[in-house]
Design a binder for this molecule. Structure first.
Ligand SMILES: Cc1ncc(COP(=O)(O)O)c(C=O)c1O
Length: 346
């Protein structure tokens, strides 16, 4: 029985072409910047994102932390919105939180704060805010693909006040595909951008942080101090190069499957869709089924369908990716339908 794993696009396993490239990758010590495959990945990533230089990172989380450490000094802080992935990772550990002292403003919908609130925060008392964090696609509430028009007021305020802008583009290629623009266009508003190779692009490990040469030089030092230097990393970077070559252009297929899945789920009594579906993330609210999200996930699992119960108690997430076919979507819809029909609403 095939497991239809819709919990995340991080579950994707490397393609045969990736494994082949990994086996024959030329490698060196990336701590000395002597790994030719890492260098090639970094150059290609910088080109794709329209930046001067790039740095191969172990994860999106570390990439965001390194960007934050590079753009904020000891008595400075960054600002983002509630729901940003970093709102969790930069604050979760009380020993890490003081490093960047992040401030998260209420999300007015679609991953953006009220511009007036942003201006007031920057001009307010306390530690100086030197960095604005944007996230595109915005992943907590729908996988929203933010247009340049939507972020323009925030970008303008940041520029006016001299803040650096970092884009957490873990899934920026999904956002770009949804909007029909190059990823470099979405990254053009930011001084730095990070994207994940290990999500919808299906590489086994890593993210790439892109920015100016000067920024990357400083970021390289922060990466080292955080323990992120990866030596003969060409072995995994080789899969990243294949990901850039082969996985970006097929993302619209995942988006079409996500819409199909959402339409199927929405037909099931008691299931509602709290957000629109713009990229490869589908959120469903199961309040009307008499079950919690965790109940639903637990009961579907033995039948081979996995959904993510990571958010509010009634919200489940389904993420499409290259291992999910249209037929898998049909099975997932049928399994959820069968489960809901078997549970009397109390
Ligand atoms: C928007 C966003 N940023 C960062 C990350 C973290 O990436 P990683 O799991 O590679 O640390 C994620 C992971 O889901 C994400 O969705």
């Amino acid at each position: 029985m095939k497991t239809i794993d819709l919990r995340s696009d991080t579950t994707t396993r490397p393609t045969p072409a990736m494994r082949e490239a990994m086996a024959r990758a030329a490698v060196g010590d990336d701590g000395f910047q002597e790994d030719p495959t890492v260098i090639e990945l970094e150059e290609r990533a910088a080109d794709l994102l329209g930046k001067e230089a790039a740095l191969y990172m172990p994860s999106g989380t570390q990439s965001n932390l390194v960007a934050a450490l590079t753009f904020t000094g000891p008595d400075e802080r960054l600002v983002g919105v509630q729901g940003n992935h970093v709102a969790y990772t930069l604050r979760a550990d009380p020993r890490i939180a003081p490093l960047t002292k992040p401030l998260f403003l209420p999300d007015m919908g679609r991953g953006c704060s009220d511009p007036a609130a942003l201006r007031a925060a920057i001009d307010g008392p306390g530690d100086k805010i030197t960095m604005l964090m944007l996230e595109n696609s915005f992943n907590t509430a729908g996988g929203t693909a933010l247009t340049l028009e939507e972020t323009a007021p925030h970008v303008a305020i940041a520029r006016e006040r001299g803040l650096a802008i970092h884009l957490d583009g873990a899934r920026v290629f999904n956002a770009a595909a949804a909007l029909g623009v190059p990823a470099a266009t979405l990254a053009s508003v930011a001084d730095s951008v990070t994207f994940c190779l290990s999500k919808g692009l299906a590489a086994p490990v890593g993210s790439v942080l892109c920015g100016s040469r000067d920024f990357i030089q400083q970021a390289r030092v922060h990466r080292q101090y955080l323990g992120g230097t990866m030596r003969q990393a060409g072995i995994i970077a080789a899969a990243g190069i294949v990901a850039l070559e082969t996985m970006i252009d097929r993302l619209p297929e995942d988006h079409a499957n996500a819409k199909y899945l959402a339409e199927g789920f929405a037909q099931i009594p008691g299931i509602t869709l709290p957000y629109g579906v713009e990229t490869n993330l589908v959120f469903i609210d199961v309040s009307g089924t008499g079950m919690s999200a965790q109940d639903v996930a637990t009961r579907l699992d033995p039948g081979g369908v996995r959904l993510g119960a990571f958010y509010e108690p009634s919200i489940l997430r389904a993420v499409t990716h290259y291992e999910i076919t249209r037929e898998d979507c049909d099975i997932a819809i049928a399994e959820l339908d069968r489960l809901v029909a078997s549970v009397p609403v109390g």
